[in-house]
Design a protein around this ligand. Structure first.
Ligand SMILES: Nc1nc2c(ncn2[C@@H]2O[C@H](COP(=O)(O)OP(=O)(O)OP(=O)(O)O)[C@@H](O)[C@H]2O)c(=O)[nH]1
Ligand SMILES: [Mg+2]
Length: 402
């Protein structure tokens, strides 16, 4: 990789005022630049580099968007695109300033890894300065052995948060393929990543996503942005907890925009009537609600006891929808039990999934407490892989609560 990455400076998490540093990593041609473009809602990062020497790509927010190149001798010029540049081989750094508000407070750097699995000292020390790693793997050959080797080699240098971005999901033939890949990734790569996102980065779709929120959701750029902003909130809160002498605009912004806190407080104030939802209940379930808030297209989510579905704890959406959804889960469980009895087999299905035309309902039964946790999403807003990954986190969190 380019030597100038090491020159980008110290750890971003050292001060509350510092940007959250996101490294977009992956093997050559895995789709790293496309993931950044999907996030930026624009095809602004060039995607025609090969194995040869390449400039470092650095993206951050500026209200004046622009594309700059910096040469090895320190000269910096503004250009329309990389194609316009002279002395290409002497470019050390491409700086892309984007005016997209959701990347405020972030610094995004593309970090390529070569197929030979070698990681230079520069790269290793740079990786340890990042807060979030997005690892890009190609859907059709996802999580190759070389990728696993590289990620494991990073060891201590691995950033605190990591997301697996599965590129070219739009090239898969069917939703079944996607489900299979998602399951395999969960098993084989799950331990290394907090979240996974299936990207659909066809350049026309990214081009359309600038003006269309729907297209932005379709590329999964929107989901990725939500994940990053979710991590950033935690990172900034942790940095703020440390004594910091200087108050910067970034800190001020975090202080005045506690959107999630506001919603949790609202949840405290207005508990669902059927939820037996005392303030204590709202507090108990706040960790689950916080995960749900990071998801798109959730119609309903809740926790209920199989003995008393009227006492459902509604975590998201309309109370009536919550009740109906709980009934659907119960009907499905009854059906499963009957079939199992018929077959003479004990039911041992903890997790079930019902795919409807536009909706996906996933629920998990917890034997010890006889409770069920469920989530229902719109599949045109969220792909099943993401729903299952997020649901896995919800269930793990719930497990720690019971
Ligand atoms: N349809 C589709 N094409 C994609 C997607 N992701 C990447 N591509 C294409 O795959 C090729 C490589 O993508 P890049 O984003 O340049 O990959 P990269 O990892 O940045 O490549 P290098 O910087 O050369 O290592 C480009 O032609 C992209 O248009 C995707 O999600 N969907
Ligand atoms: Mg690239």
């Amino acid at each position: 990789m380019s030597m100038s990455v090491a020159d980008l400076g110290p750890s971003s998490s050292e001060a509350a005022s510092a940007p959250v540093r996101v490294v977009v990593c992956g093997e050559i041609s895995s789709g790293k630049s496309t993931v950044i473009n999907a996030l930026l809602r624009e095809n602004v990062v060039p995607n025609y580099f090969g194995e040869s020497w390449r400039p470092t790509i650095l993206v951050y927010y500026d209200k004046e968007p622009g594309f700059f190149v910096e040469y090895l001798n320190g000269d910096r010029v503004q250009v329309e695109s990389l194609e316009d540049c002279e002395r290409f081989e002497e470019i050390a750094l491409c700086i892309i300033c984007s005016d997209q508000p959701h990347i405020k407070g972030f610094e995004i750097v593309e970090v390529p890894f070569f197929h030979d699995g070698e990681i230079s000292e520069d790269t290793l020390s740079f990786m340890s300065t990042a807060d979030v790693m997005i690892w890009v793997t190609i859907a059709s050959q996802a999580w190759r052995l070389t990728e696993k080797t590289i990620v494991e080699q990073l060891a201590e240098a691995r950033p605190k948060h990591s997301v697996l971005a599965v590129s070219r999901a739009d090239k898969l033939r069917s939703a079944n393929d996607l489900g299979r890949i998602s399951e395999r990734l969960q098993k084989e790569a799950g331990e290394h990543f907090e979240d996974s996102v299936f990207m659909r980065g066809a350049s026309a779709l990214i081009a359309g996503s600038k003006e269309s929120d729907k297209a932005w959701e379709d590329t999964s750029g929107g989901v990725l942005s939500e994940l990053l902003n979710g991590y950033a909130e935690g990172i900034r809160a942790a940095a703020q907890a440390k004594p910091e002498p200087v108050v910067t605009p970034v800190e001020a912004e975090v202080e005045e925009a506690p959107a999630e806190t506001a919603e949790i407080l609202a949840f405290d104030r207005k508990p669902a009537p059927q939820a037996a939802a005392s303030a204590a209940n709202a507090e108990t379930y706040a960790p689950l609600k916080a995960i749900i808030e990071t998801m798109h297209g959730v119609i309903s989510a809740g926790v209920f006891s199989q003995q008393d579905i009227a006492g459902i704890v509604n975590l998201h959406g309309d109370d009536d929808v919550a009740k109906i959804t709980a009934q659907v889960c119960m009907a499905c469980l009854d059906d499963q039990r009957k079939n199992y009895r018929y077959d003479g087999v004990e039911p041992d299905v903890a997790e079930s999934q019902i795919t409807m035309k536009k909706h996906l309902l996933v629920f998990h039964t917890f034997k010890e407490t006889n409770t069920v946790v469920y989530i229902m999403c719109q599949t045109d807003k969220m792909n099943p892989g993401i729903v299952r990954t997020a649901f896995g986190r919800i269930c793990k969190t719930y497990e720690t609560m019971i």
